[in-house]
Design a protein. Structure first.
Length: 484
């Protein structure tokens, strides 16, 4: 070992100044060797956070089995900070650290056995699963539960039988066993899960946690063959458990490429599931409800806007195909404070495009014309409280409904004393496909503010209207070099 390395190790372990110890920990990253690794591992116990963090980074940099062996003993340290640092480092080392952890599965301390199992589960490699299975019979219930969770995180398919036996042997572990089988995702556990669900549903006192996890697991591993059995269980379930089971059935149908065709009596259940706290459940409910007729369905789907980005995307894709969507969206904006005003405005923009084309063909009813007029007024009123993205959607919708009135509406905004707002309006209008948009932007070429005029010129040139911009530029400078 070089003298310089010896001095660094001595400084790391004995110097009174934290800065000296931290510098030594940082420098030892390039030293290598067992002595340096051992010293860095010991520095995880340093009283200074800066030194501990530096030692942690250096050990990560060195890596390898020697580091794992040097730090694994610290998972039993009395200081929780040291324990967590050692665990985090072992996890970062990944599969390299597994051989160093395995002996601790047999430690006399249940806390160390549990911590070792937790770390292996977070590493996620299924290799150690066979050596962990005996811990499913550990005398300490916490070790059993942690082992179940770890095997699930590892997706250890070889442990399915042992997990099923644990479910029957240890009532306290039933929820985590069902969850682990779902994470593993192997259809081999389907029959077991179905039978245990039937038992749990028929129990005199139902355990909602176990029922939820069984249902969720079946939603992952189940096949179309078990759908009739699941439907039979609906009558014994209430509230969110019914929504969870419907979600599982939708997932199974999706994997089977089967149409989302459910008995009519579940209509109210799917409407209820659309209000479930879980985004995935709401999404499944919306997929089914999209296939059902009725104004109540359309209004319920409108109320779901803004609950998640994925659901909003689904609604914007499929709602335009519903003949009553425009009326439902308009009614919702009039009667409710929507969570996603922008989403409904974008939807109305798509729907109004078809309506305005129908007007040109004289194929629109008087009621639809009145709906468009009400929509224009309602959306224009939202301008003052809207954010930037929503304002862009508002302008787009106003031009789609009535371009002439949209110009009049924006004329009022032109007089706003804030030049930045006028620039913002120009940028919004620049994205509008309406042929009147360039002419409206040209009005800002007469603006009192040079910044506003420059933005208008730049956008007109970029949109392919250089004659408008050039004409303004010619007017900007008078004969003799005087500016207008």
């Amino acid at each position: 070992m070089k003298d310089e390395t010896r001095q660094l190790i001595a400084g790391l372990l004995a110097d009174r100044e934290p800065d000296v110890r931290r510098h030594a920990a940082e420098t030892l990253a390039s030293a290598g060797g067992l002595a340096a690794v051992t010293a860095l591992a010991a520095a995880l116990q340093d009283e200074s956070k800066g030194v501990r963090d530096a030692a942690f980074r250096s050990l990560c940099s060195v890596g390898g089995i020697n580091v794992a062996r040097a730090i694994v003993e610290y998972i039993g340290d009395e200081d929780i900070v040291v324990r967590n640092l050692a665990a985090e480092l072992l996890i970062k080392l990944g599969t390299t650290s597994i051989p160093a952890i395995l002996p601790h599965l047999h430690d006399r301390s249940q806390d160390i056995r549990k911590f070792a199992v937790d770390i292996l589960g977070l590493i996620g490699d299924p290799g150690p699963a066979s050596e962990m299975e005996p811990l499913l019979s550990d005398p300490d219930e916490n070790v059993v539960v942690s082992t179940v969770e770890a095997l699930g995180n590892m997706k250890a398919g070889a442990a399915i039988q042992a997990l099923c036996e644990t479910y029957d042997r240890s009532p306290l572990s039933r929820g985590v066993v069902a969850e682990a089988l779902g994470k593993i995702g192997d259809p081999a556990s389907t029959e077991f899960l179905v039978h245990r669900l039937q038992e749990a549903v028929g129990a005199e006192v139902q355990d909602p946690v176990v029922l939820f996890t069984l249902i969720e697991a079946l939603g992952i591993v189940g096949t179309e063959r078990i759908s009739p059995v699941l439907l039979q269980s609906m009558g014994r379930l209430k509230g969110r458990l019914r929504s969870a089971l419907l979600h599982a059935l939708v997932l199974i149908a999706g994997r089977s490429d089967r149409p989302l065709d459910f008995p009519p009596e579940f209509r109210a259940d799917f409407l209820e599931a659309l209000r479930d706290p879980e985004p995935e459940v709401r999404l499944s409910a919306a997929r089914v409800l999209m296939t059902l007729p009725g104004f109540d369905i359309s209004t319920a789907l409108m109320r779901a806007f803004g609950s998640s980005a994925e659901l909003d995307g689904l609604l914007l894709k499929f709602l335009p195909s519903r003949t009553d969507a425009f009326a439902a969206a308009l009614q919702h904006l009039e009667q409710h404070r929507a969570r996603s005003v922008k989403g409904i405005i974008v939807l109305l923009g798509r729907l109004s495009f078809d309506l305005t084309r129908s007007i040109m063909k004289s194929a629109v009813t008087e009621m639809q014309i009145r709906q468009l007029e009400r929509t224009f007024i309602l959306i224009a009123d939202r301008w003052s409280t809207a954010d930037e993205e929503t304002r862009a959607a508002i302008v787009d919708l106003l031009f789609r409904i009535d371009g002439d009135n949209a110009v009049e509406f924006l004329d009022a905004i032109m007089n706003d004393p804030d030049p930045w707002l006028r620039v913002h309006v120009i940028e919004i209008i620049a994205a509008i496909a309406d042929p009147r948009a360039p002419e409206f932007i040209a009005r800002f070429l007469q603006d009192d503010d040079v910044m506003v005029r420059d933005v208008a010129i730049r956008i007109l040139e970029a949109r392919g209207y250089p004659h408008l911009a050039a004409g303004q530029e010619a007017e900007e400078t008078l004969p003799g070099g005087r500016e207008s």
